[in-house]
Design a protein around this ligand. Structure first.
Ligand code: G1P
Length: 289
């Protein structure tokens, strides 16, 4: 079955990037001149996703507004002959169908995904986390979709984490089934380094089969007292229904201050109109520091 829907849980408070995220949702913080979340939506659309389901919260209305129509702005751009800008604004609001549902309480990532149940219905879907960016030149969703086609089941994006960072992630035990594909046999959410089953960590892209919703409903609060998607996935793994892609592409974590700065620089360096001046500036700064 072709995967058409992506769930983007964006209800998190973003405490690691306070005070920037106090009023502005962390997913709306810009990388160069575009909100982080727009890059993620573009990645979904490039992989063939047609419907974006935001799981949002009371204080994050600007996320829905960003992808909605803005008649005054559109008319103004038309009147002023700013055709390129108008085209971009129209592209953003028409590149997918957008719907939103609210997570009433911050009960965890598993719970946030469960909030989208009625909108997803009975089909496999993608989950994309709002502060986990994948470089456009190395996308992982298309290959994850192929793995889902071939083996069925849920598919996780996995990367090799340095040991000192492993306890920030879901971590898997897995067996190789193909060059880049593994069967996941066990998952642990944010283990202590000595308890990690391997160095393969879960990145912020998932393909989930719809039986996950019943499993989340059966999942008791886990790490941090929250309902964890990792724990629901453990039940799928136990029944042989969970696979993973060993992903070698570039990932950026924009959920912390250093990640925000380095990702902004990386994305600015991808822009031919900005890169030469930015390189000169960085050389100067490095010489003087
Ligand atoms: C979440 C998941 C974790 C995963 C991580 C990827 O954690 O719970 O299993 O490895 O995303 O970014 P969070 O970063 O929301 O604490």
């Amino acid at each position: 079955m072709r995967i058409r829907k992506a769930v983007l849980p964006v209800a998190g408070m973003g405490t690691r990037v306070l005070p920037a995220s106090k009023v502005i949702p962390k997913e709306m913080l810009p990388l160069v001149d575009k909100p982080t979340l727009q890059y993620i939506v573009e990645e979904a659309v490039a992989a063939g996703i047609e419907e974006i389901i935001f799981v949002t919260t009371r204080s994050k209305r600007s996320i829905e507004d960003h992808f909605d129509s803005t008649p005054e702005l559109e008319q103004l751009l038309k009147r002023k002959g700013k055709h390129k800008e108008l085209e971009e604004v129209l592209r953003v609001r028409t590149m997918a169908r957008y719907v939103a549902v609210r997570q009433p309480e911050p009960l965890g990532l598993g719970h946030a995904i469960l909030c989208a149940r009625d909108l997803v219905d009975d089909e496999p879907f993608v989950v994309m986390l709002g502060d986990d960016l994948v470089a456009p030149e190395t996308p992982c969703l298309p290959r994850m979709m192929e793995i889902h086609e071939q083996y069925g089941g849920s598919v996780l994006s996995l990367f090799t984490s340095p040991p000192e960072e492993i306890s920030a992630f879901g971590v898997v035990a897995a067996q190789d089934v193909d060059d880049d594909t593994v069967k996941v046999t066990h998952l642990v959410e944010k283990p202590a380094p000595e308890e990690a089953p391997s160095n393969l960590a879960v990145a912020g892209r998932y393909i989930l089969t719809p039986d996950i919703f019943d499993l989340i409903e059966q999942t008791p609060p886990g790490k941090g007292g929250e309902i964890q998607i990792t724990d629901a996935l453990e039940m799928q793994a136990q029944s042989g229904q969970c696979y993973g892609l060993r992903f070698n592409g570039i990932r950026y974590d924009t959920g912390n201050p250093l990640g925000l700065v380095t990702t902004t620089i990386a994305y600015a360096l991808k822009r031919p109109e900005l890169a030469p001046a930015l390189r000169d500036y960085m050389r100067q700064v490095l010489r003087n520091s």
